[in-house]
Design a protein around this ligand. Structure first.
Ligand code: SF4
Ligand code: SF4
Length: 436
C-alpha cells in the first residue's frame, strides 16, 4: 500500500472506488476514451487503477501514472454516473497520495514549481501581471516577439505567448442608480487578470451599470484548484484560508466570480476543508460565491437599463466546471436570452471537455490539442450554420478554443458571456461591433 500523508486517503479512495459497478455508462462522455478507445484511458479503467494503487496491488509505474495524468478532471463521468462515484474526489486524493513518490525530469520539476509558486504569491504575481499587461497592450512589440527565433526554438513559451489576448482598458462606467444597491466583492482569479482581463472589466462595468458598488480585494489569491489537482492539498488549503479571510474582511453582500473553474473550487471549499479547521474570519464569510451570469439572472434590473438588439448567431460553450460541478449552465442561456434578436445555440458536443482543463493544456499539450480539434471538427461538420460568436464562461476554455480556431484558420470571436452582454449595454461598444 502507498503510504499517504493522511492515511484516511487510502480508505477514501477504496470506498469511493467500491461504488463503481463497472457499467461503462460514463465512457461516451470521457474525452480521453473517445479519442483512444483504451479502457485505461476511461473512467472505469482509471477507477480500477486507483483502487489497485490504494489497495497495494499495483505499483505506481510510469504507464499507470501516465493514464492517470491524462485525466482532465472534467468530471463528466461523475455527472452521469448512476452509482454516485465521486470521481473528482478520487482522482484528487490519488494525486495527493502519489505526489511524494513522483519522479519528474529536472526541467519539468522546475517549471511546475515556478508555475505553482507564481499563482500562490500575490506580490510576485502582481509584478508579472503588470509586465504582461504592458506587453499585451503593445501589438508591435508582440508581433516582433511572436516572430522571433527565440520563441520558435521554445514551443512551450510560444504556446504561452499565444494564449495572451490583446487588451485595452476602458473608462469606468456610470451607475444607473443614485445609491448603490449593494456591495460586491469580485474574485478575479490568479490568471484571469492576464488571460481574460476583458471579462473582468465587463463584469465590473455591468455590475456598476446595474447600480452595485464593486470592490476587487487586492490581497486575494488563487482559488487553490491548480494546487489541489496537482496533488498539493496543503497549499490548496493555505490559499483557501487566505481567500476566506480576505473576502470575509471585504464585508460584501455577494462574492462574485467570472471564471467557472475558480467558482467550482470556491464552491467546494467545504469539501476541501472536510475534517480541517478553518478559522474564525473564514467562518464569517456568510455568503455563497456565485457566478456573474447566475447573479445577473437572479436580480431585478433597473427599468432604465436596456439592451440593444444583436442579430447574430451565438454558440454557447458549457465548460465542465459549469456543467458538471456548478450545474448552472442554464443561467448563460437565460442571461443572453435577454438580448433582443440574438440567436443562441449550444456548441456541439458540449458534454465533452474542450481539453483546456486548467494547466492540462500546458502539461499535456498533445492530448489537449487533439481534444479541442475533435470538438471544432464536429462544429464544422454539424448541420447548424456556423456561429459568429462563441461564448464560454471559463477563462482557460476560452483561451484554448480561441487557439484551436486560430490553428484551423477559422475567424470566430470567443468571449465571456458577460463581455457580450456588456457590449449590448453600452453605446460606444455598439459602434465598435458594427465597425468590425
Ligand atoms: S464510474 Fe459510474 S458510470 Fe462509470 S462505470 Fe463506474 S458506475 Fe458505471
Ligand atoms: S474526469 Fe473526465 S477525463 Fe477523467 S476519467 Fe472522468 S470523464 Fe474521463
Amino acid at each position: 500500500m502507498l503510504v499517504a500523508p493522511d492515511l484516511s486517503l487510502n480508505s477514501d479512495i477504496l470506498s469511493g472506488a467500491d461504488k463503481c459497478v463497472k457499467c461503462g455508462l460514463c465512457h461516451p462522455g470521457c474525452p480521453t476514451y473517445v479519442l483512444s478507445l483504451n479502457e485505461n484511458e476511461a473512467p472505469r479503467g482509471r477507477i480500477a487503477l486507483m483502487q489497485a494503487l490504494a489497495g497495494g496491488q499495483l505499483k505506481p509505474s510510469p504507464p499507470v501514472l501516465t493514464h492517470l495524468d491524462h485525466c482532465l478532471t472534467c468530471r463528466a463521468c461523475e455527472h452521469v454516473c448512476p452509482s454516485g462515484v465521486p470521481f473528482g474526489a478520487l482522482i484528487d486524493a490519488t494525486r495527493i497520495l502519489l505526489e511524494p513518490v513522483r519522479q519528474r525530469p529536472r526541467a519539468a520539476r522546475l517549471l511546475r514549481r515556478l508555475a505553482l509558486t507564481l499563482v500562490r504569491r500575490p506580490a510576485l504575481r502582481a509584478v508579472v501581471t503588470t509586465l504582461l499587461r504592458f506587453y499585451q497592450q503593445r501589438p508591435g512589440l508582440r508581433a516582433r516577439v511572436a516572430g522571433s527565433s527565440f520563441l520558435a526554438r521554445r514551443p512551450q513559451l510560444r504556446r504561452l505567448e499565444s494564449m495572451l489576448p490583446s487588451w485595452h482598458r476602458k473608462p469606468a462606467p456610470a451607475s444607473t442608480t443614485a445609491e448603490p444597491r449593494g456591495r460586491i466583492a469580485l474574485f478575479a482569479g490568479c490568471t484571469g487578470r492576464v488571460l481574460e482581463p476583458a471579462a473582468l472589466d465587463a463584469t465590473r462595468r455591468v455590475l456598476t451599470h446595474l447600480g452595485y458598488e464593486v470592490v476587487t480585494p487586492r490581497r486575494q489569491t488563487c482559488c487553490g484548484a491548480l494546487h489541489l489537482h496537482a496533488g498539493e492539498r496543503e497549499a490548496a488549503l493555505t490559499l483557501a484560508r487566505h481567500n476566506l479571510r480576505v473576502f470575509a474582511a471585504a464585508r460584501a453582500d455577494a462574492v462574485i466570480y467570472t471564471a467557472s473553474g475558480c467558482g467550482a473550487q470556491l464552491r467546494e471549499y467545504d469539501t476541501l476543508f472536510a475534517g480541517e479547521p478553518k478559522d474564525n474570519a473564514a467562518e464569517n464569510l456568510g455568503v455563497t460565491p456565485v457566478g456573474i451570469c447566475e447573479f445577473l439572472t437572479g436580480i431585478p434590473w433597473p427599468e432604465a437599463v436596456t439592451l440593444r438588439p444583436l442579430a447574430r448567431r451565438v454558440a454557447i460553450h458549457e465548460p465542465c466546471s459549469l456543467r458538471n460541478v456548478l450545474r448552472s449552465e442554464d443561467a448563460v442561456y437565460r442571461l443572453l436570452g435577454r438580448i433582443p434578436q440574438i440567436r443562441l445555440e449550444p456548441l456541439p458536443d458540449n458534454a465533452l471537455c474542450c481539453g483546456a482543463a486548467g494547466s492540462y493544456m500546458l502539461s499535456e499539450p498533445q492530448w489537449a490539442d487533439a481534444i479541442v480539434d475533435r470538438k471544432l471538427a464536429r462544429l464544422a461538420e454539424s448541420d447548424a450554420v456556423s456561429p459568429e460568436i462563441i461564448v464560454s464562461s471559463n477563462v482557460g476554455c476560452a483561451v484554448h478554443l480561441r487557439n484551436g480556431l486560430r490553428r484551423r484558420g477559422v475567424e470566430v470571436e470567443v468571449m465571456h458571456p458577460v463581455e457580450l452582454l456588456c457590449e449590448q449595454l453600452e453605446e460606444a461598444s455598439s459602434e465598435e461591433r458594427g465597425a468590425r
